[in-house]
Ligand binder design. Structure first.
Ligand code: ADP
Length: 737
């Protein structure tokens, strides 16, 4: 491959820019020329100036921008062979036969057709003399890598698609905002979100926003009298004291017979039957707008880099692949297979085979639907007469992590619905020591899905000495059968200590499950902990603003972020904000590193660079502090640039949890409660921690934790994200020319 073309097509999606930046810079770094095809397939069909080289600096400063800087369009001509013939002609004018195509399933269907027809189109062009035979011979095949840019997350080949996380941000922000006005006026709001054929945004939006009812295309209401059932439930909700009622509806929602369920119809039903003021909010294009989330920037960056790697390794007649992600790992799926599976869901829906459509969506989609069904209930199911009623305590420990409340709400609601008594421990382990424990009922966690902080209180104090005796007494007094600890390393370590004391205090011999919640993302047995995504977004938003503040000056920022000895937040925020250097504890900092960095800055600024951004993890090095590095750069930069330090501090821990954290908290806790219930029933006092690893939710025995965890550095011995360092480094380099 000598030359690579990149285009964005179809509906725009946040993160497309990050993908374009990664494609262009990764390719240039490998010595490959890069060409942008502007306005999607339209640019290919029109040719001329619409296909032109794109350089390293052309994709600078675009990570934080929504939309796509190379334009996107819908193009009917490309749907016809004649249009595609023109397109191929224009591509070959630039000798382009390697493409990265970023778009939705329409655009990628077009890509597949382009691939399939390519040899015949090339030969036709040669036969009618539009291109030379020599060119035709040189370009008998096209290589294509696809990246799914779609806010709907409606395509197979990736767990999540570029843009869907940001769209969820917009949806959840809207639902949070609407909830407060709905609560003030005791109104019902119907919120319509995008998704003609896929309920992902509606489902996850309702789960993360604490919606009270949700309509998705794949799973219409069971009963023909759904109107009555919905109104009964919402009416009960009012009686039980619920002030805000939010119904989330996907634009493609339908009933079992394929009739559309519109937001207008839902409003009429609610107004007529409940006689309540009902308002509709159609979110529309707001969902495509705004700055991309940290997750979308990093996802798209990794997919863009993977697309270039794939094309570099591709054989001459390699068929097209889509790049995707499966639990933090980049995957490749043949494009035809991804399209076939995507279209299969649509076909099943058209044939009203909704069970099959849901089956094809996969287990996590189905689980989410079931969880929502339970969470929206007004009251729990009454316990069966012969059911064992367990007493399960829930607590937080460690520093506050956004999403802790979401997790507690899930635990209380799912636990109560299973017939158990749920007890809230106040203020972490000191609360357990003091017996500060109270029963939590269904409505006690109303509104907690979206609330930042930790309503139960959380604390970094660990129990010691006689505290274990006091804990044993509390557990006995409250007849606690099992404990759910949602928190950070303090919580994990406290549980390990409790386990170590069990022979002395047999009452502590109960099953305990730890749910990872820490912004630092430094917990064992989990690739991601609840709170880290929110913190990352907090950092990235702050850095965006810091960067904007420097428009008129030549300046280097040294930004210090949290994470203790774990560089996750530093590395991921550096990748999402395009920082050129990241200092993390795992790598440390040496004086020669700093000298090298100063030299690079001086060279860069002498060549016209205007902004430098370095991100330093708070514990990167004891001596080379943020102030030290700032002072060093300032002194060495002389007249060339000035330096500002920004220590972001506690804003990183604050704010309402991001959609990702809310969804993660809900899923982890739902599994944890099931596991705890099983262990209590089996009288199995094993303690475990839960986490998502390699695409599945797994439990790790707490006894194995000391082996996997660096107890001194307080971070896992192996951290998956360390593999991403080279990509972050390459992409943020100054222009090689
Ligand atoms: P998205 O890519 O977001 O799903 P569209 O479905 O509108 O958006 O597709 C974008 C463009 O991709 C279309 O305007 C058209 O140029 C091209 N395209 C879509 N489907 C096909 C197809 N079956 N054959 C050829 N080109 C197609």
């Amino acid at each position: 491959m000598k030359r690579l073309g990149v285009l964005t097509s179809g509906g725009d999606a946040q993160g497309m820019n990050a993908a374009v930046r990664a494609v262009v810079r990764m390719a240039l770094d490998k010595g490959i020329e890069t060409v942008a095809i502007y306005e999607g397939y339209q640019g290919m069909v029109d040719g001329g100036d619409q296909i032109r080289p794109i350089g390293w600096n052309d994709v600078g400063g675009i990570l934080q921008q929504g939309g796509t800087i190379i334009g996107s369009a819908r193009c009917n001509e490309f749907r016809e062979r004649a249009g595609r013939l023109k397109a191929v002609h224009h591509l070959l004018e630039h000798e382009l036969d390697s493409l990265v195509i970023i778009g939705g399933d329409g655009s990628l269907s077009g890509a597949q057709i382009l691939y399939d027809e390519w040899p015949s189109l090339v030969n036709e062009l040669a036969e009618c003399g539009q291109i030379s035979q020599e060119i035709a011979d040189r370009h008998q095949h096209i290589q294509i890598a696809g990246i799914i840019g779609s806010i709907d997350n409606d395509m197979f080949g990736s767990d999540v698609t570029t843009g869907s996380d940001t769209a969820l941000h917009r949806i959840v922000e809207a639902i949070d905002a609407i909830s407060s006005t709905a609560a003030s006026h005791q109104r019902i709001f119907v919120v319509e979100v995008m998704g003609r054929r896929c309920g992902y945004l509606a489902l996850m939006g309702a789960m993360a926003g604490g919606g009270d009812w949700v309509f998705i295309p794949e799973n219409p209401p069971d009963a023909d009298n759904w109107e009555e059932k919905m109104c009964d439930l919402l009416h009960q909700g009012r009686e039980a004291g619920r002030r805000d009622i939010i119904v989330v509806v996907a634009e493609g929602a339908q009933d079992r017979h394929g009739n559309r369920i519109t937001s207008e119809y839902i409003k009429q039903v609610l107004e007529n039957r409940l006689e309540e003021d009902t308002r509709i909010t159609v979110l529309g294009h707001v969902q495509r707008g705004g700055a991309p989330s940290a997750f979308d920037r990093n996802l798209s960056t990794l997919l863009g880099a993977a697309a270039v790697d794939h094309l570099l390794a591709a054989t001459e007649n390699e068929k097209p692949f889509v790049m995707g992600i499966r639990s933090n790992k980049i995957t490749r799926t043949p494009l035809d297979e991804a399209l076939e599976k995507t279209h299969a869901v649509a076909k099943e829906m058209q044939a009203h085979n909704f069970a099959e459509a849901m089956h094809l969506r996969g287990s996590s989609f189905n689980e989410s639907f079931q969880i929502i069904r339970t969470m929206v209930r007004v009251l729990p199911h009454p316990p069966a007469p012969d059911q064992q009623r367990m007493r399960i305590a829930v607590m937080n420990a460690g520093g506050p992590a956004p999403g802790m409340n979401t997790a507690v709400r899930t635990a209380v609601r799912l636990g109560t619905d299973k017939g158990h008594v749920m007890l809230g421990v106040q203020n972490g382990f000191p609360g357990l020591v003091d017996g500060d424990i109270r029963e939590m009922d269904w409505m006690s966690v109303s509104g907690w899905a979206s609330r930042g902080g930790a309503e139960l209180g959380t604390n970094r104090t660990m129990p010691e000495g006689s505290d274990f005796y006091a804990i044993a007494r509390s557990l006995e007094e409250h007849k606690i059968d099992g404990l759910l600890m949602i928190g950070g390393w303090t919580g994990y370590e406290s549980v390990l200590k409790m386990m170590g004391n069990r022979h002395t205090f047999p009452a502590n011999n109960i099953p305990i499950i730890c749910v990872p919640a820490s912004i630092n993302n430094n917990l064992p047995g989990a690739e991601l902990s609840v709170g880290a995504d929110t913190a990352l977004n907090n950092i990235v938003n702050a850095v965006d603003k810091i960067k904007q503040s420097a428009v008129a000056s030549r300046r280097v920022f040294v930004v210090e972020v949290m994470g203790r000895n774990c560089g996750y937040l530093a590395l991921m925020s550096a990748m999402a904000s395009g920082a050129e250097r990241v200092y993390i504890n795992e790598e440390g900092i040496t004086s020669s590193n700093l000298v090298g960095d100063v030299k690079e800055l001086i060279v860069g600024f002498s060549k016209g660079k205007r902004l430098g951004l370095m991100i330093r993890n708070e514990n990167a090095n004891k001596v080379y502090t943020t102030a030290f590095i700032g002072a060093l750069f300032e002194e060495e930069g002389g007249e060339l640039f000035d330096v500002r330090e920004a220590i972001l501090g506690h804003l990183q821990q604050g704010g309402d949890p991001s959609p990702f954290d809310r969804i993660l908290a809900t899923r982890l806790t739902s599994y944890a409660i099931n596991q705890l219930e099983t262990q209590i029933a089996a009288a199995d006092p094993t303690c475990a921690c839960i986490g998502q690893i390699g695409g599945s939710l797994v439990f790790t025995n707490m006894e194995d934790v000391p082996r996997m965890f660096d107890m001194e550095k307080k971070r896992p011995k192996k951290q998956w994200w360390m593999d991403l360092r080279p990509i972050a480094r390459i992409l943020a380099k100054p222009s090689p020319h």
